[in-house]
Write a protein that binds this ligand. Sequence first.
Ligand SMILES: Cc1ncc(COP(=O)(O)O)c(C=O)c1O
Length: 461
Amino acid sequence: MYHLLRPLTYPTKTLSQRLSLYFLNKNIRQLHGSLIMESEKIRIADRHKGSDKNVWVEFGRLAVEHKAVNLGQGFPDHFPPQYVRDALSDVSNSDSELLYQYTRSYGHPRLVNVLSVLYSRLIQRDIHPMDEILITVGAYGALYCAVQGLINPGDEVIIIEPYFDCYEPMVRAAGGIPVFIPLEPTKSGAVVSSADWKLDPEELTRKFSDKTKAIFLNTPNNPLGKVYRYEELELIANLCKKHDVVVFADEVYEWLIYNPNEHIRIATLPDMWQRTITIGSAGKSFSVTGWKTGWAIGPSRLIYALQKLHQNCIYTCPTPIQEAVAIAFEKEMPQLEKPECYFNQLPLELIEKRDRMVRFLREAGMIPTIPEGGYFMLADYSKLKVDIDYKPDEPRDLQFVRWLTKNKKLAVIPPSAFYSQQHKHLAEDMIRLCFIKARRALATKFYKKKKRAIRLVDDVN
Ligand SMILES: Cc1ncc(COP(=O)(O)O)c(C=O)c1O
């Protein structure tokens, strides 16, 4: 029977032929899969059930299918700085035979050394390169090692909403119990900033208990762009100290902060170093998300747990990429305070794109929440009167985004994906857009299509 269900292959030329073939083969694979799934054993492990749906898969595919301008996925479409590209090309032709082989499991020595110098300065303490840093496959890898390395079944983990969507399945896979608390928009009207989204201190206090093991803190936040103020961090820090809780500080957008905001690392607050794992990403720092290199930094007592987990699943990350990232940091280290530093240039370029997108969204009749950091923006579309027959069994934002992609050729992400089941309704009136797209690409594609997108305005009133 199975041989009849083999995927089809024949020479195809056009994109639409290739797409049709892709979806035909997908159906065959699904049919094949459903036959196999009749077996009790050949199926996903119980601890991953319920986590198998992924917003990026559905909406990425929809964007391709409808040839939409894709402002959904979060990656730049400009080149990284030339010296970053040169670093990898030099490494790929290196005379050192060692650079072609496995490197140290917990992190390539040249990379952990430069990161220890950099973060010793940023976190204002001596960071040991071998015991207090772990290099991982992207920040995702660091998050995974932190959760799997430290969470026991039954431990509670606080997740602030909206959150980077993998936090929840990671906690559940470790047997942990996610405890959600949404940031609350405290202001409405035409001008809303991510700073207007706040934690209710009393509600937060109630979420901590003897069972709380950890809290995720993502600053600047994806998808909102919120940059936490000192007082907000202090509140979280005091609760963590009171209840002996670890902080997973996801700071992958640490360099993407818009004036006059300031990135404050929670690890620098009094007595917080010993309970904080700071997570960073080369992909976000140097606009090379495809290099998939990240790190976790913290006290050896915590990093030990992550290192052990890492050594038994990934063991070691690619040597040439780690070497190239190290070279890139070595170049930036002496000029961190100077305007020519990439980490100072990129936010200046991005703030223009941010403001341009704010203008566009307003013209189109939406209310953007202006982000203080990161490269995403939420926008409220509820004032648009669009002809959609919303079904009650699915959050409205999913249905609106499908309509927008199909009818206006603009692909974005429905932000209810960043909320727990019980709070998805809080995001139903919003969409998430990514504004780190090349100026030229935006000019030629998105903003030229602006007229079509702007027709949304016609639907108002
Ligand atoms: C908040 C947040 N954390 C972690 C990651 C993952 O980073 P990496 O690509 O380095 O795995 C992302 C990527 O979009 C992110 O937005």
